[in-house]
Design a protein around this ligand. Structure first.
Ligand code: ZN
Length: 386
């Protein structure tokens, strides 16, 4: 058996968006994530043609397994397209990721008229039904290697994946957080794993000055509640991303001491109900479904769909809500120190910012006396032998 391990970023290398990574491990052709990206309103996708020039994959039918770390579109948005090309691949994700992905790739695609005719809907449905749900700490055996899944924090359902053969251990982090968020606890991987290679989503690996504002979510929520309670305003909160909408609702509900009514539309309520069915409690008695008419009492209206030009919404103060669910530079250092892998392959990496010190996590880790990690900042469409 060829014991060599190979890696190639097909998207989401030294930039964010369209994450998809090829891993050749124990002669299996594995893909990690299948996302889309957006730049100036143009969508972009992983480049699977690049993979077909490698010695291992002549046809996408040779892909054996696909693992989806979590349900953000930059990690799952391209999955259905990919599944059409990879007839023999088995697809794995957690049950919550499956629910959130179905919502993004099916329900929302219908609302946004990306899926219009019946046959396209049926085809999408049957692909989604093929996805295999796996649970945290479960191990699946693939013959020459096995995979175990751990909570990654970040958003509900997000998983890290540990790949193990007789003598090698690889950890794919996906997006992760060390700290608790409104809906998830921080990541949880066992100590002392002795990882050879960690494939790591390192959004802030080149941003030494970046400190995450972990209070931003609750500060946003408290501000909006205050505006409604004190100034008797009607506030419409537009949240850019599904999971952020759910997190923001949770934060509002936790901070809502005055019982301000919080209205939702179906863009959020549908998926919140599904997540609640996976025993993640979110709703309370102040949450109501918005009807055809604007309620008379001052209230908050939470939606994913921005409604700017509609006269019906003229009474509202519109507020865009944004906050980061990612770890910052110092959390990244802590996590690398904890895992202390022999090698870290950094992907999903934001560009250097002008004005910040010209340094990366690699220089930072050199200062750590016990760190044994060698870094690769993986460029897209380059095959690396690990
Ligand atoms: Zn994410």
């Amino acid at each position: 058996m060829d014991k060599n391990i190979y890696f190639e970023a097909l998207g989401g290398g030294q930039r964010v968006g369209a994450s998809s990574y090829y891993l050749r491990f124990c002669e299996h052709n594995i893909l990690l994530d299948a996302g889309t990206g957006k730049e100036k309103n143009t969508e972009f996708y992983p480049d699977y043609y690049a993979l077909q020039t490698s010695p291992f994959v002549q046809s996408m039918n040779q892909i054996d397994q696909i693992f989806i770390s979590h349900a953000h579109t930059d990690h799952v948005g391209y999955l259905l397209e990919l599944m059409k090309q990879t007839q023999n691949a088995k697809v794995f994700m957690t049950p919550i990721t499956k629910i959130l992905s179905e919502f993004q790739l099916y329900d929302r695609s219908i609302t946004e008229r990306k899926l219009t005719d019946e046959s396209a809907m049926l085809a999408a449905r049957s692909l989604l039904d093929k996805i295999i749900a796996v649970n945290f700490t479960q191990t699946v055996n693939f013959g020459s290697y096995q995979a175990t899944f751990f909570p990654a924090g970040h958003i509900p359902g997000a998983m890290m994946i540990l790949f193990e053969s007789d003598n090698k251990k690889i950890l794919y982090t996906g997006d992760y957080s060390l700290n608790n968020t409104a809906l998830t606890s921080g990541c949880s991987v066992p100590d002392g794993l002795d990882i050879d290679t960690m494939i790591m989503c390192g959004l802030h690996a080149k941003h030494p000055e970046h400190v995450s504002d972990s209070n931003a979510l609750y500060e946003n929520a408290e501000n909006v509640l205050l505006q409604t309670a004190v100034f008797r305003q009607y506030i419409m909160c537009c949240v850019p991303q599904l999971s952020k909408g759910i997190e923001f609702l949770k934060a509002l509900n936790e901070s809502n001491k005055d019982g301000i009514p919080i209205y939702l539309d179906w863009s959020i309520l549908n998926i919140v109900r599904k997540i609640e069915s996976m025993s993640v409690p979110i709703l309370n008695r102040y949450n109501k479904l918005i009807g055809d008419h604007t309620p008379i009492e001052p209230h908050i209206y939470l939606t994913l769909n921005q409604k700017t030009n509609n006269n019906k919404y003229r009474l509202y103060h519109q507020q865009k809500i944004n906050f980061s669910l990612h770890d910052d530079f110092s959390d990244m250092r802590k996590f690398i120190k904890k895992i202390n892998p022999r090698q870290a392959v950094i992907v999903h990496c934001g560009k250097e910012r002008s004005g910040e010190l010209n340094s990366s996590i690699e220089q930072e880790m050199l200062l750590e006396p016990d760190c044994r990690t060698q870094f690769i900042f993986a460029e897209e469409k380059q095959l690396y032998k690990l």
